[in-house]
Design a protein around this ligand. Structure first.
Ligand SMILES: Cc1ncc(COP(=O)(O)O)c(C=O)c1O
Length: 366
Protein backbone atom coordinates (compact mmCIF):
# COMPACT_ATOMS: atom_id res chain seq x y z
CA UNK A 1 0.00 0.00 0.00
CA UNK A 2 1.23 3.50 -0.77
CA UNK A 3 2.86 5.38 2.07
CA UNK A 4 0.40 7.75 3.76
CA UNK A 5 2.94 10.57 4.06
CA UNK A 6 2.51 12.78 1.00
CA UNK A 7 3.02 16.27 -0.34
CA UNK A 8 0.06 17.79 -2.17
CA UNK A 9 1.20 20.49 -4.57
CA UNK A 10 -1.46 23.06 -5.42
CA UNK A 11 -0.62 23.99 -9.01
CA UNK A 12 -3.61 26.36 -9.06
CA UNK A 13 -1.99 28.34 -6.26
CA UNK A 14 1.20 28.59 -8.33
CA UNK A 15 -0.86 29.68 -11.36
CA UNK A 16 -2.50 32.33 -9.21
CA UNK A 17 0.85 33.55 -7.79
CA UNK A 18 2.45 33.76 -11.23
CA UNK A 19 -0.49 35.67 -12.69
CA UNK A 20 -0.42 38.15 -9.81
CA UNK A 21 3.35 38.63 -10.07
CA UNK A 22 3.17 39.01 -13.87
CA UNK A 23 0.53 41.74 -13.52
CA UNK A 24 2.55 43.54 -10.89
CA UNK A 25 5.91 43.58 -12.68
CA UNK A 26 4.74 44.16 -16.28
CA UNK A 27 6.21 45.25 -18.65
CA UNK A 28 9.08 43.29 -17.10
CA UNK A 29 8.85 39.59 -17.88
CA UNK A 30 8.99 36.74 -15.38
CA UNK A 31 11.62 34.02 -15.05
CA UNK A 32 10.37 31.25 -12.75
CA UNK A 33 13.17 29.69 -10.70
CA UNK A 34 12.62 25.92 -10.61
CA UNK A 35 15.98 24.72 -9.31
CA UNK A 36 16.13 22.09 -6.55
CA UNK A 37 13.11 20.32 -8.03
CA UNK A 38 11.05 23.47 -8.14
CA UNK A 39 11.81 24.29 -4.48
CA UNK A 40 10.51 20.81 -3.64
CA UNK A 41 7.27 21.13 -5.64
CA UNK A 42 8.36 19.18 -8.75
CA UNK A 43 10.36 21.13 -11.35
CA UNK A 44 8.68 19.71 -14.45
CA UNK A 45 5.17 20.27 -13.10
CA UNK A 46 5.89 23.85 -12.06
CA UNK A 47 7.70 24.57 -15.33
CA UNK A 48 4.72 23.27 -17.30
CA UNK A 49 2.41 25.61 -15.38
CA UNK A 50 4.78 28.55 -15.93
CA UNK A 51 4.98 27.78 -19.62
CA UNK A 52 1.25 27.24 -20.09
CA UNK A 53 0.26 30.43 -18.28
CA UNK A 54 2.43 32.96 -20.05
CA UNK A 55 5.49 34.18 -21.79
CA UNK A 56 8.08 32.86 -19.39
CA UNK A 57 11.69 32.13 -18.73
CA UNK A 58 12.79 29.36 -16.37
CA UNK A 59 15.96 29.19 -14.30
CA UNK A 60 17.85 26.30 -12.72
CA UNK A 61 21.19 25.85 -10.98
CA UNK A 62 22.48 22.74 -12.75
CA UNK A 63 22.72 21.76 -16.39
CA UNK A 64 21.29 18.35 -15.41
CA UNK A 65 18.21 20.09 -14.00
CA UNK A 66 17.72 21.91 -17.29
CA UNK A 67 18.25 18.74 -19.34
CA UNK A 68 15.59 16.97 -17.25
CA UNK A 69 13.13 19.74 -18.03
CA UNK A 70 13.85 19.40 -21.74
CA UNK A 71 13.32 15.62 -21.45
CA UNK A 72 9.94 16.40 -19.83
CA UNK A 73 8.98 18.45 -22.90
CA UNK A 74 9.61 21.94 -21.55
CA UNK A 75 10.40 24.31 -24.43
CA UNK A 76 10.64 27.71 -22.66
CA UNK A 77 14.10 29.29 -22.44
CA UNK A 78 16.02 27.91 -19.45
CA UNK A 79 18.73 30.00 -17.79
CA UNK A 80 21.57 28.41 -15.79
CA UNK A 81 22.09 30.80 -12.89
CA UNK A 82 25.86 30.25 -12.49
CA UNK A 83 28.64 29.44 -14.95
CA UNK A 84 28.66 25.71 -15.74
CA UNK A 85 31.83 23.59 -15.77
CA UNK A 86 33.12 22.57 -19.21
CA UNK A 87 31.36 19.20 -18.88
CA UNK A 88 28.13 20.89 -17.87
CA UNK A 89 28.43 23.34 -20.76
CA UNK A 90 28.39 20.39 -23.15
CA UNK A 91 25.15 19.17 -21.53
CA UNK A 92 23.74 22.70 -21.72
CA UNK A 93 24.62 22.98 -25.41
CA UNK A 94 22.88 19.68 -26.20
CA UNK A 95 19.79 20.64 -24.19
CA UNK A 96 19.68 24.16 -25.64
CA UNK A 97 19.93 25.84 -22.26
CA UNK A 98 21.11 29.43 -21.78
CA UNK A 99 24.35 29.47 -19.81
CA UNK A 100 25.48 32.22 -17.53
CA UNK A 101 29.15 33.09 -18.07
CA UNK A 102 31.68 35.26 -16.28
CA UNK A 103 35.11 33.79 -17.00
CA UNK A 104 37.36 33.81 -20.04
CA UNK A 105 37.59 30.01 -19.90
CA UNK A 106 33.81 29.68 -19.80
CA UNK A 107 33.42 32.04 -22.75
CA UNK A 108 36.00 30.21 -24.85
CA UNK A 109 34.53 26.78 -24.05
CA UNK A 110 30.98 27.93 -24.82
CA UNK A 111 32.07 29.53 -28.10
CA UNK A 112 33.77 26.29 -29.14
CA UNK A 113 30.69 24.24 -28.37
CA UNK A 114 28.00 26.29 -30.01
CA UNK A 115 28.79 29.23 -32.29
CA UNK A 116 26.08 31.89 -32.07
CA UNK A 117 24.91 30.69 -28.62
CA UNK A 118 22.97 33.37 -26.72
CA UNK A 119 24.40 33.55 -23.19
CA UNK A 120 23.94 35.79 -20.15
CA UNK A 121 26.76 37.66 -18.42
CA UNK A 122 26.57 37.77 -14.62
CA UNK A 123 28.17 40.64 -12.75
CA UNK A 124 28.95 40.50 -9.04
CA UNK A 125 27.83 43.83 -7.63
CA UNK A 126 27.99 42.82 -3.98
CA UNK A 127 26.65 39.33 -3.33
CA UNK A 128 30.26 38.12 -3.56
CA UNK A 129 29.35 34.63 -4.59
CA UNK A 130 29.86 34.35 -8.37
CA UNK A 131 30.02 36.77 -11.29
CA UNK A 132 32.45 39.01 -13.12
CA UNK A 133 33.92 42.04 -11.38
CA UNK A 134 32.07 45.15 -12.60
CA UNK A 135 35.33 46.54 -14.02
CA UNK A 136 35.79 43.44 -16.18
CA UNK A 137 32.27 43.38 -17.62
CA UNK A 138 32.93 45.33 -20.83
CA UNK A 139 36.05 43.34 -21.65
CA UNK A 140 34.26 40.03 -21.07
CA UNK A 141 31.29 41.17 -23.16
CA UNK A 142 33.64 42.10 -26.01
CA UNK A 143 35.47 38.80 -25.78
CA UNK A 144 32.19 36.93 -25.85
CA UNK A 145 31.00 38.80 -28.95
CA UNK A 146 34.38 38.43 -30.67
CA UNK A 147 34.22 34.68 -29.99
CA UNK A 148 30.94 34.50 -31.90
CA UNK A 149 28.55 34.27 -28.93
CA UNK A 150 25.48 36.49 -28.52
CA UNK A 151 24.96 38.55 -25.36
CA UNK A 152 21.36 37.60 -24.56
CA UNK A 153 21.34 39.13 -21.10
CA UNK A 154 23.32 40.91 -18.41
CA UNK A 155 22.43 40.42 -14.77
CA UNK A 156 23.32 40.62 -11.13
CA UNK A 157 21.96 39.21 -7.85
CA UNK A 158 21.04 41.15 -4.71
CA UNK A 159 22.22 40.07 -1.28
CA UNK A 160 19.70 41.82 1.00
CA UNK A 161 16.56 42.30 -1.08
CA UNK A 162 14.57 40.50 1.64
CA UNK A 163 14.99 43.71 3.66
CA UNK A 164 13.93 46.14 0.93
CA UNK A 165 14.81 49.33 2.82
CA UNK A 166 18.46 48.36 3.31
CA UNK A 167 20.75 50.80 1.45
CA UNK A 168 22.90 47.96 0.10
CA UNK A 169 20.16 47.29 -2.46
CA UNK A 170 20.67 50.67 -4.08
CA UNK A 171 24.44 50.34 -3.73
CA UNK A 172 24.29 47.13 -5.79
CA UNK A 173 21.79 48.51 -8.29
CA UNK A 174 24.01 51.61 -8.69
CA UNK A 175 26.97 49.39 -9.55
CA UNK A 176 24.78 47.44 -11.98
CA UNK A 177 23.66 50.67 -13.65
CA UNK A 178 27.31 51.68 -14.07
CA UNK A 179 28.01 48.39 -15.82
CA UNK A 180 25.04 48.93 -18.14
CA UNK A 181 26.26 52.45 -18.89
CA UNK A 182 29.78 51.20 -19.61
CA UNK A 183 28.38 48.58 -21.98
CA UNK A 184 26.31 51.25 -23.73
CA UNK A 185 29.36 53.51 -24.03
CA UNK A 186 31.24 50.60 -25.62
CA UNK A 187 28.37 50.07 -28.06
CA UNK A 188 27.41 46.69 -26.55
CA UNK A 189 23.75 45.72 -26.28
CA UNK A 190 23.32 44.11 -22.81
CA UNK A 191 20.34 41.99 -23.91
CA UNK A 192 17.82 41.32 -21.14
CA UNK A 193 18.79 43.24 -18.02
CA UNK A 194 17.84 41.56 -14.74
CA UNK A 195 18.60 41.86 -11.04
CA UNK A 196 15.50 41.06 -9.01
CA UNK A 197 14.71 37.91 -7.03
CA UNK A 198 11.24 37.57 -5.50
CA UNK A 199 11.78 40.17 -2.80
CA UNK A 200 13.11 42.78 -5.21
CA UNK A 201 10.44 41.96 -7.80
CA UNK A 202 7.70 42.61 -5.24
CA UNK A 203 9.21 45.46 -3.25
CA UNK A 204 11.78 47.30 -5.42
CA UNK A 205 10.13 48.40 -8.68
CA UNK A 206 13.35 50.03 -9.93
CA UNK A 207 15.11 46.63 -9.72
CA UNK A 208 12.75 44.98 -12.21
CA UNK A 209 14.49 46.03 -15.46
CA UNK A 210 13.45 43.63 -18.28
CA UNK A 211 13.03 40.39 -16.31
CA UNK A 212 12.53 39.30 -12.69
CA UNK A 213 13.77 35.92 -11.43
CA UNK A 214 11.09 34.68 -9.09
CA UNK A 215 11.42 31.60 -6.92
CA UNK A 216 9.96 31.64 -3.42
CA UNK A 217 7.05 34.00 -4.20
CA UNK A 218 5.86 31.73 -7.01
CA UNK A 219 5.49 29.05 -4.35
CA UNK A 220 3.39 31.33 -2.19
CA UNK A 221 5.87 32.37 0.48
CA UNK A 222 6.27 36.10 1.10
CA UNK A 223 9.97 36.79 0.51
CA UNK A 224 10.44 39.73 2.86
CA UNK A 225 9.70 38.58 6.41
CA UNK A 226 8.76 42.00 7.78
CA UNK A 227 6.94 43.56 4.81
CA UNK A 228 3.52 42.54 3.52
CA UNK A 229 3.51 41.33 -0.06
CA UNK A 230 1.81 43.79 -2.46
CA UNK A 231 0.08 40.83 -4.10
CA UNK A 232 -1.88 38.09 -2.32
CA UNK A 233 0.21 34.93 -2.47
CA UNK A 234 -1.28 31.48 -1.97
CA UNK A 235 0.79 28.72 -0.37
CA UNK A 236 1.20 25.77 -2.68
CA UNK A 237 2.45 22.85 -0.62
CA UNK A 238 0.77 20.62 1.94
CA UNK A 239 2.61 17.87 3.85
CA UNK A 240 0.16 15.35 5.23
CA UNK A 241 0.20 11.92 6.78
CA UNK A 242 -2.01 9.66 8.89
CA UNK A 243 -1.87 8.53 12.51
CA UNK A 244 -0.13 5.13 12.48
CA UNK A 245 -0.24 4.19 16.19
CA UNK A 246 -1.67 5.47 19.48
CA UNK A 247 0.24 5.07 22.75
CA UNK A 248 -0.79 5.57 26.40
CA UNK A 249 2.26 6.70 28.35
CA UNK A 250 2.53 7.10 32.15
CA UNK A 251 3.52 10.29 33.99
CA UNK A 252 7.27 10.63 34.51
CA UNK A 253 8.20 8.80 31.32
CA UNK A 254 10.22 10.48 28.59
CA UNK A 255 9.43 10.58 24.88
CA UNK A 256 11.66 9.78 21.88
CA UNK A 257 15.45 9.59 21.69
CA UNK A 258 17.23 11.22 24.61
CA UNK A 259 13.99 11.54 26.60
CA UNK A 260 14.35 15.27 26.07
CA UNK A 261 10.65 15.64 26.73
CA UNK A 262 9.40 14.35 30.10
CA UNK A 263 5.70 13.85 30.72
CA UNK A 264 4.45 15.63 33.86
CA UNK A 265 1.18 13.76 33.53
CA UNK A 266 0.03 10.60 31.80
CA UNK A 267 -0.40 11.29 28.11
CA UNK A 268 -1.84 9.85 24.93
CA UNK A 269 0.61 10.06 22.06
CA UNK A 270 -0.17 9.63 18.39
CA UNK A 271 2.62 8.46 16.10
CA UNK A 272 2.91 10.05 12.65
CA UNK A 273 5.02 8.13 10.11
CA UNK A 274 7.12 10.97 8.76
CA UNK A 275 10.53 12.06 10.05
CA UNK A 276 13.72 13.94 9.44
CA UNK A 277 14.69 11.67 6.54
CA UNK A 278 11.63 13.18 4.85
CA UNK A 279 12.52 16.78 5.69
CA UNK A 280 10.81 17.39 9.04
CA UNK A 281 13.56 19.06 11.11
CA UNK A 282 14.65 16.88 14.06
CA UNK A 283 14.46 19.81 16.46
CA UNK A 284 10.94 20.82 15.52
CA UNK A 285 9.70 18.47 18.26
CA UNK A 286 11.67 20.41 20.88
CA UNK A 287 10.94 23.94 19.66
CA UNK A 288 7.16 24.03 19.80
CA UNK A 289 6.36 22.28 16.52
CA UNK A 290 2.70 21.43 16.03
CA UNK A 291 0.54 19.43 13.62
CA UNK A 292 -3.13 19.69 12.71
CA UNK A 293 -5.48 16.77 13.38
CA UNK A 294 -9.19 17.43 12.86
CA UNK A 295 -8.37 21.12 12.38
CA UNK A 296 -6.88 21.37 15.89
CA UNK A 297 -3.21 22.03 16.67
CA UNK A 298 -1.46 19.28 18.63
CA UNK A 299 2.08 19.64 19.98
CA UNK A 300 4.94 17.39 18.90
CA UNK A 301 6.67 15.64 21.78
CA UNK A 302 10.37 14.79 21.89
CA UNK A 303 12.79 14.89 18.96
CA UNK A 304 11.54 13.97 15.52
CA UNK A 305 13.07 10.60 14.57
CA UNK A 306 14.24 9.54 11.12
CA UNK A 307 10.90 8.11 9.98
CA UNK A 308 8.34 8.94 12.68
CA UNK A 309 7.35 11.59 15.17
CA UNK A 310 5.05 11.76 18.20
CA UNK A 311 2.28 14.24 19.00
CA UNK A 312 0.29 14.72 22.16
CA UNK A 313 -3.43 14.02 21.78
CA UNK A 314 -4.16 13.71 25.49
CA UNK A 315 -7.85 14.12 26.29
CA UNK A 316 -9.04 13.55 22.76
CA UNK A 317 -10.27 9.97 22.47
CA UNK A 318 -11.68 10.89 19.08
CA UNK A 319 -8.29 10.63 17.39
CA UNK A 320 -7.71 7.14 15.98
CA UNK A 321 -5.25 5.32 13.76
CA UNK A 322 -5.78 6.46 10.15
CA UNK A 323 -6.81 10.03 10.96
CA UNK A 324 -5.33 12.66 8.66
CA UNK A 325 -2.45 14.70 10.08
CA UNK A 326 -1.36 17.93 8.38
CA UNK A 327 2.20 18.94 9.19
CA UNK A 328 2.43 21.87 6.79
CA UNK A 329 -0.38 23.65 4.99
CA UNK A 330 -4.08 24.10 5.71
CA UNK A 331 -6.54 21.88 7.55
CA UNK A 332 -9.90 23.17 8.74
CA UNK A 333 -9.60 26.87 9.47
CA UNK A 334 -5.94 26.75 10.45
CA UNK A 335 -2.69 26.57 8.51
CA UNK A 336 0.90 25.75 9.39
CA UNK A 337 3.34 27.59 7.12
CA UNK A 338 6.97 27.02 6.10
CA UNK A 339 7.70 30.37 7.75
CA UNK A 340 6.43 29.01 11.09
CA UNK A 341 8.70 25.95 10.85
CA UNK A 342 11.64 28.08 9.79
CA UNK A 343 11.21 30.43 12.73
CA UNK A 344 10.99 27.53 15.18
CA UNK A 345 14.18 25.85 14.03
CA UNK A 346 16.21 28.94 13.11
CA UNK A 347 16.29 28.69 9.35
CA UNK A 348 14.54 30.18 6.31
CA UNK A 349 11.46 28.83 4.49
CA UNK A 350 13.63 28.03 1.44
CA UNK A 351 15.49 25.38 3.43
CA UNK A 352 12.20 23.93 4.67
CA UNK A 353 10.79 23.62 1.14
CA UNK A 354 13.86 22.08 -0.48
CA UNK A 355 14.33 19.70 2.46
CA UNK A 356 11.54 17.30 1.53
CA UNK A 357 13.02 14.03 0.35
CA UNK A 358 12.14 11.76 -2.53
CA UNK A 359 10.43 9.32 -0.10
CA UNK A 360 7.56 11.76 0.18
CA UNK A 361 5.54 11.28 -2.96
CA UNK A 362 4.24 14.46 -4.58
CA UNK A 363 0.61 14.51 -5.68
CA UNK A 364 -1.02 17.10 -7.89
CA UNK A 365 -4.71 17.16 -6.99
CA UNK A 366 -7.15 18.97 -9.21
C1 LIG B 1 20.67 34.09 -8.98
C2 LIG B 1 19.32 33.84 -8.39
N1 LIG B 1 18.27 34.52 -8.87
C3 LIG B 1 17.02 34.35 -8.36
C4 LIG B 1 16.79 33.46 -7.33
C5 LIG B 1 15.39 33.32 -6.79
O1 LIG B 1 15.32 33.80 -5.48
P1 LIG B 1 13.91 33.87 -4.71
O2 LIG B 1 13.53 32.45 -4.45
O3 LIG B 1 14.23 34.63 -3.47
O4 LIG B 1 12.96 34.54 -5.61
C6 LIG B 1 17.86 32.73 -6.81
C7 LIG B 1 17.61 31.80 -5.69
O5 LIG B 1 18.40 31.46 -4.90
C8 LIG B 1 19.16 32.93 -7.33
O6 LIG B 1 20.21 32.25 -6.88
Amino acid sequence: MARPSLIDVDLDAIRHNLAAIRDLVAPARVCVVVKADGYGHGAAEVAAVAQETGDTWLAVALAAEGAELRAAGITAPILLLSEPTAAELAVAADAELTPTLYSVEGIDTAAGLRPGWAVHLKVDTGMHRVGARPDDAVELARRLLDAGLVLGGTFTHLAVADVPERPENDLQLGRFTEVLEALAAAGVDPGLRHAANSAAALHLPHARYDLVRVGIAAYGVAPAADVASPVALRSSLRLRSRVSFVNEVAAGEGVSYGWHHRLDEAATLAVVPVGYADGVPRNLGLTGGEVLIGGIRRPMRGVVTMDQLMVDITGDEGVVVGDEVVLLGPQGDDEITPVEWAQRVGTIPYEVLVGFGARVRRTYPG
